[in-house]
Design a protein around this ligand. Structure first.
Ligand code: IMP
Length: 174
């Protein structure tokens, strides 16, 4: 890990404050209803942990293993499911919890994968949105931060499996 290559973009205080607000927004959307939060692994594990606490009420946690990058900094568009959900989601209010939406290819694939399982509703929350690179239109319901087209690491996001444990979001400069 080379910290001279990273520059803080969103610090811990800003993350904490925004995630609290997102949680309240999401809870208000569902009222008292139970919500099934589906974390897209590995990138969203840290966001998931903070977000479900901020949502409060009855939240079930599911984890979906997805691999859409193969070590580089560009999306390949190839999505591989590395771990499926452990329970059916039919009839449930489901919320996909993603770290970042970039081209939208991963989210487009996941929406189609999960929609056929007949959830009662299916919404998306992403911590980060990089809209400049969008290749497919995806309707993201809740966005933490909109960021410019730069490669970011930290708070779950990696570059070749490194930098995930940084407590902030940072821009990586090769
Ligand atoms: P998309 O399919 O291009 O929208 O990319 C979605 C996935 O690519 C995310 O879930 C991340 O795993 C990864 N990704 C996209 N941009 C970045 C970035 O700036 N840093 C780290 N991972 C990224």
């Amino acid at each position: 890990m080379d910290l001279s290559r990273v520059r803080v973009l969103i610090d811990e205080d800003a993350l904490r404050a925004r995630i609290q607000d997102l949680g309240a927004e999401i809870r208000a959307e569902y009222g008292d209803a139970p919500v099934t939060a589906i974390a897209v692994l590995k990138g969203s594990f840290m966001f998931m942990a903070d977000l479900v606490r901020a949502i409060g009420g009855e939240v079930r946690c599911e984890f979906l293993g997805v691999s859409s990058y193969h070590g580089g900094t560009r999306s390949t568009g190839v999505v591989r499911i590395t771990q499926d959900l452990k329970h059916p989601i039919e009839g449930q209010h489901c919320l996909i919890v993603e770290d970042i939406v970039d081209t939208g290819l991963t989210m487009d694939y996941l929406l189609r994968l999960l929609q056929v399982r007949k959830p009662r509703s299916l919404k998306i929350v992403t911590l980060l949105d990089k809209p400049t690179n969008r290749e497919v239109d995806v309707d993201v319901d809740f966005v933490g931060f909109t960021i410019p087209d730069e490669f970011v690491v930290g708070y779950g996001l990696d570059l070749g499996e490194v930098y995930r444990n940084l407590p902030y979001i940072a821009v990586y400069t090769p």
